[in-house]
Write a new protein. Structure first.
Length: 423
């Protein structure tokens, strides 16, 4: 029987490029899920002294403990065994896992030889979809050239040449928000956005879906974000041309202000947001995972019958999120009235956990001087000099496990959804 015929009859095989935080936890997710019957993970270089080092690295985690205890509890036994040192073969909880240690460039990774249809790109190195397959530093399109039908990038696309636009064959998808927009005939390259955009999208969508809160005038968010490997353990020397000097300062003992592309990416998955003046920033803090979105929203409110106060209250907002939680069988959003701290929610399987007890609103009126507003006829300005508009300012809090519970799990949902479609 020909090799191609053998591959066609193989069960679902997942490819993962990179064994960093998201790559490793993506492996954990799919080992636990058991949808893919075989996994090929590429690191592109040697690891320690061999497969024993690989097995230990994949088994143990400083945040979540060991994989067997994470999946099966404290009395569980080890679930990783080395099958073939030379070929990089492991058996993890009954799932064959092959570890490739030679190619760094996606165009050199032999996905086709292993029957891989879908690759999750987790290195963070290949984010520019405008680069050609033969780019000397490598391109995300290299995965397609070596057999993958779809590549899911575990971060937002980033085009270096600002004169270029996003290619038509690329799409940004968040599971539970717009994943149904995937088209197998159009989208070989998919971005799963980011951990913050995933949590934020699930916070904003229920507001836009409700008539009372759909009239958003402006919004902003800050994410109090756990540390990532892009930061320094101790103070370090900035790279040549580095703009953000704060990221080179020690994360062990600093609160660090930085940027996030969450607002821009949010508009890609929820187009209505593009009409809102949305701003976003990030505050890095020395915790290993679990982050907090602080969402500030100003609504145009409709006054009550006596025109005293707008009807949007803290109770209104909490009821919106409570209904979103109750009406979603997957519980991608969880509503909580407990007094949580960040450690309580590590590993929780939800895109966002709304901290209902801490949400609050403030009603007010904004006086607009029409003399400074363009497009209004002068005769109207003469008779009406100002407008008094009722608004509600709201502050909404949402927790998300930026590594496993929120982001990796939602990207895992997206991966399985897409793989079922492309078969």
């Amino acid at each position: 029987m020909a090799k191609t015929e053998i591959l066609e009859n193989r069960p679902p095989v997942l490819g993962i490029n990179g064994m960093g935080r998201i790559g490793k936890l993506t492996l954990w997710h799919h080992i636990g899920r058991k949808y893919f019957k075989e996994i090929v993970i590429n690191q592109g270089r040697g690891i320690g002294k061999g497969m024993d080092a690989v097995a230990q690295m994949l088994e143990k985690d400083s945040t979540y403990g060991s994989i067997h205890r994470f999946l099966y509890g404290v009395k569980s036994s080890r679930i990783i065994e080395i099958v073939d040192e030379k070929k990089g073969k492991l058996l993890i909880d009954g799932i064959p896992v092959t570890v490739l240690r030679e190619a760094r460039n996606p165009a050199d990774i032999p996905w086709r030889d292993y029957g891989v249809d879908i690759v999750v790109e987790c290195t963070g190195k290949f984010r520019d979809p405008t680069l050609s397959v033969d780019d000397k530093k490598g391109s995300i399109r290299g995965h397609l050239a070596r057999g993958a039908k779809v590549v899911i990038n575990s971060s937002a696309f980033k085009i270096k040449n600002k004169a270029l636009s996003m290619p038509d064959d690329c799409v940004t998808l968040i599971y539970g928000i717009n994943h149904h927009a995937f088209d197998k005939n159009k989208h070989p390259l998919v971005s799963a956005a980011s951990c913050t955009t995933t949590g934020l999208a699930h916070m904003v969508k229920p507001l836009l879906n409700n008539e009372a809160t759909s009239r958003i005038l402006t919004a902003s968010m800050s994410t109090v974000h756990a540390v990532t490997n892009s930061q320094s353990v101790l103070d370090s020397v900035p790279k040549d041309g580095e703009k953000d000097l704060r990221k080179t300062r020690s994360i062990l003992n600093n609160i660090i202000l930085t940027s996030t592309n969450a607002a821009e990416a949010l508009g890609q998955v929820i187009p209505e947001v593009q009409n809102i003046g949305f701003m976003a920033d990030s505050i890095r803090v020395p915790t290993n995972t679990e982050s907090l979105i602080v969402l500030n929203v100003t609504f145009q409110a409709t006054p009550t019958k006596d025109k005293s106060t707008p009807p949007i209250t803290t109770k209104t907002l909490n009821n919106i999120y409570k209904k979103a939680w109750e009406n979603d069988p997957e519980h991608l959003l969880i509503y909580s009235e407990e007094q949580n701290v960040s450690a309580d929610l590590i590993g929780v399987d939800a895109a966002i956990v709304i901290e209902g007890q801490f949400n609050h609103t403030r009603t007010a009126f904004i006086n607009i001087d029409l003399s400074h507003v363009s497009g209004i006829p002068d005769e109207i300005k003469k008779s009406v000099s100002s407008l008094k508009i009722p608004v509600v300012h709201a502050k909404i809090f949402g927790w998300y496990d930026n590594e496993y519970g929120s982001y990796t799990n939602r990207m895992g949902d997206l991966t399985v959804y897409i793989h079922k479609i492309i078969q």
